[in-house]
Design a protein around this ligand. Structure first.
Ligand SMILES: *Cc1c(COP(=O)(O)O)cnc(C)c1O
Length: 350
């Protein structure tokens, strides 16, 4: 269960605990600091490190009992030396690059790397993994690419087994593959964004061949976990022609009323949403007036409105359009919206 980047902005420790309670076998962090925080928070489950650590990180990897991906013999032997020196054993997952072009060893070198890991007394091979580049796409070229990655991966795993080495947990699927490619589920799946409620593809938008294939499985449902809420902290009148916020990009076409919200881009409300997004107050959507600033923004309530000072305003999620819609508006992906929620924004769990 990926809980990297503070569980995509949702709060890693709380989400990790909820996930483990719900049956997650293992957690995925990126930075060693993230894994450490989970351990310090009392997490006992295995914690995988998805990014390549630096040699300086190794003492802490050992101390916090984290399981890094290993892509090469050089890093494996540094890990091994340090683990041996401390009389400990580091559990590692061999990462194979089957076409993502990021970390991982070439598929044809995976057997020799597995042999090397198996020969290291300071290392334990706990798993073998790969990562997909276009598994979220049902476009036929992309499906072909994903299937090529999967078959390279399966072949490599078979070779490791044939070499007499136990590969441990074999895993590949990110959210895209969990949704579109059940044949890639293998021993374990690593859905991140899907877990937080955003589907990388909707079944209804897929080619018929997919709808048929997936109809054999329980439909996968997701509902966005995160809502970003704030409070109307001030309401004021603006005269026709008056401007709001930096750059004076917005001027009132007529006498109007403005609600000030104490939320801005430092809270994760993307500055690019200025002039494009609407905020929900008491179930009604009101457009932003002027630029979103670091800590505040304004919405145009118009002349007649059903909003009082101290009412709640929903920027995204819940009754308002969700983070995926906001992402589309500012030409990014929901991952970036939720990850960018500022650390001063209190996370409230219901
Ligand atoms: C982030 C990450 C995932 C999860 O990706 P999603 O697209 O959010 O499902 C899975 N595996 C690895 C190695 C990752 O880095």
């Amino acid at each position: 269960m990926p809980v990297k980047a503070d569980a995509y902005g949702h709060g890693a420790l709380k989400i990790a605990k909820a996930g483990i309670e719900a049956g997650a076998h293992c957690l995925g962090a990126a930075a060693v600091s993230e894994g450490t925080e989970l351990r310090q928070g009392g997490i006992k489950a295995p914690i995988l490190l998805f990014s390549q650590p630096a040699p300086d990180d190794i003492p802490q990897i050992i101390k916090a009992d984290l399981s890094p991906f290993v892509s090469d013999a050089e890093f494996a032997s540094i890990l091994n030396e340090q683990a041996k020196a401390q009389n400990s054993k580091i559990s590692v997952h061999l990462k194979i690059d089957t076409g993502m072009g990021r970390i991982g060893c070439p598929a044809n070198e995976s057997l020799s790397l597995a042999r090397f890991i198996a020969s290291c007394p300071g290392l334990e091979l706990a798993g073998v993994a790969t990562h997909f580049a276009v598994s979220d796409s049902a476009d036929s070229e992309n499906v072909k690419y994903t299937m090529t990655q999967l078959s390279r991966f399966k072949k490599a795993v078979e070779a490791i087994k044939a070499g007499g080495i136990n590969p441990g947990i074999v895993h590949a699927a990110n959210s895209g593959a969990v949704i579109l490619h059940p044949e890639s589920w293998l021993d374990m799946v690593r859905p991140g964004i899907f877990l937080y409620g955003y589907k990388t593809a909707e079944e209804k938008d897929l080619p018929p061949m997919y709808q048929k294939k997936l109809s054999k499985y329980e439909p996968l449902k997701a509902s966005p976990v995160m809502e970003l809420r704030t409070t109307v902290t001030l309401i004021k009148k603006i005269k026709k022609g008056g401007s709001v916020s930096y750059g004076r990009t917005w001027t009132a076409a007529q006498d109007t009323n403005i609600a000030i919200l104490p939320a801005g881009y430092a809270d994760g409300f993307p500055r690019l949403a200025g002039g494009k997004w609407k905020v929900s107050i008491n179930g009604k959507l009101y457009p932003l007036a002027g630029r979103i600033t670091m800590d505040q923004c304004a919405v145009d309530l118009g002349q007649k409105f059903d909003v009082k000072r101290w009412d709640e305003a929903v920027i995204f999620g819940g009754i308002a359009p969700n983070a995926a819609a906001l992402a589309k508006t500012v030409k990014t992906i929901p991952y970036e919206i939720t990850c960018n929620i500022g650390k001063r924004v209190p996370r409230v769990y219901t």
